[in-house]
Ligand binder design. Structure first.
Ligand SMILES: [Zn+2]
Length: 325
């Protein structure tokens, strides 16, 4: 219904450092509500998990990621395991189905560590977060990957994940949320249904709805992460890392959803979280028990409030997209 307008709510100054998707002025996907079951009176919210190695970092001179601190030279998943257990438990308590972007190597390591991922993940969407958290664009590694190497990473990852979970995998989020035309072309060729790597200002250039990635000359659908200003006008995003690093509180995210409800009816507000971040910081330092308890409380506070909010429907990303296709 509102495909021809993108509501100007947030000021332009907040669009700094975020993709400017001029082509979004007229979203291409705008099917009649009666046919799709979408309801523009609601704002849809999705919880997505990037399940990857503890405090992962890109490393100069190599494609894959290691866990911080780099001196250890290894890849760890202990904090990821604890965080994932706890988050899945909480999602269960609040009856929330999420989207799980698995890095294939991490999924294998967790299973080797006796975690029953298929059983634990059964209510959730299984999506792909690369093979070994490759730095596809070479921003840090200094080694931009060629198309066939990117294809090998994503195809290898999907094969592993489909083997583990016995389900088709059609959603993708890139490591470090960095994509370019080559990555998107690979996804399109592999018949992925959507990418969720972009972060876009909600309300200025984007009205919250899915759109094809014309910027990359592609028809693949983007389900972006929203960016929005906080109460002081400072930019924040729905990636929940800042809350665990003590830079944000749960209420700021809830306030953002309340504002989004007014400007993105029928749109999707995607939250993202790293399970490991409940237990360690991005430098790989272990949080004190009180901090872990606080992190869990903050996460629970967000999902419990989302669940109770009027006009909000929590939905898996694949299910949301399915209503639009
Ligand atoms: Zn990641």
């Amino acid at each position: 219904m509102q495909g021809k307008t993108v509501i100007e709510c947030f000021t332009r100054k907040h669009s700094v450092e975020t993709q400017d998707f001029a082509s979004l002025q007229v979203p291409a996907l705008n099917f009649p509500n009666l046919e799709t079951g979408m309801n523009d009176n609601y704002l849809y919210a999705a919880m997505s998990l990037d399940i990857d190695p503890d405090a992962n970092v890109a490393v100069e001179g190599r494609y894959d990621a290691l866990s911080a601190p780099l001196q250890s030279g290894n890849v760890r998943v202990e904090a990821c395991k604890k965080g994932l257990h706890k988050i899945l438990e909480l999602l269960d308590v609040y009856d929330i189905n999420a989207t799980l972007f698995y890095e294939a190597r991490t999924a294998q390591m967790l299973i080797a560590d006796r975690m029953d991922l298929p059983e634990l993940s059964q209510n959730h969407e299984i999506a792909c977060h690369s093979l070994k958290h490759e730095d596809y664009l070479g921003k840090v590694s200094g080694l931009p990957m060629k198309e066939d190497a990117i294809q090998e990473s994503i195809a290898g990852a999907r094969e592993i994940l489909e083997g583990i979970f016995g389900r088709t995998v059609r959603g993708f989020r890139a490591p470090y949320t960095r994509v370019n035309q080559t990555v998107i072309k690979v996804l399109e060729r592999m018949d992925f249904h959507y990418d969720s790597s972009e972060t876009i200002n909600l309300g200025t250039t984007w009205n919250g709805k899915p759109f094809p990635l014309k910027t990359f000359d592609s028809t693949i659908i983007e389900l972006p992460l929203p960016a929005f200003p906080d109460a002081r006008g400072k930019k924040m995003t729905s990636y929940l890392w800042a809350i665990f690093e003590g830079k944000r509180n749960a209420q700021e995210y809830i306030d953002a959803v309340v504002r989004a409800k007014e400007i993105a009816q029928g749109g999707l507000f995607v939250f993202a979280i790293h399970p490991w971040h409940l237990w360690i910081n991005s430098q790989g330092d272990i949080f004190a028990d009180e901090q872990v308890a606080r992190n869990l409380k903050n996460f629970e506070s967000i999902i419990s409030q989302l669940k109770r909010m009027k006009g909000i429907r929590i939905i898996r990303m694949d299910k949301y997209l399915g209503k639009w296709r």
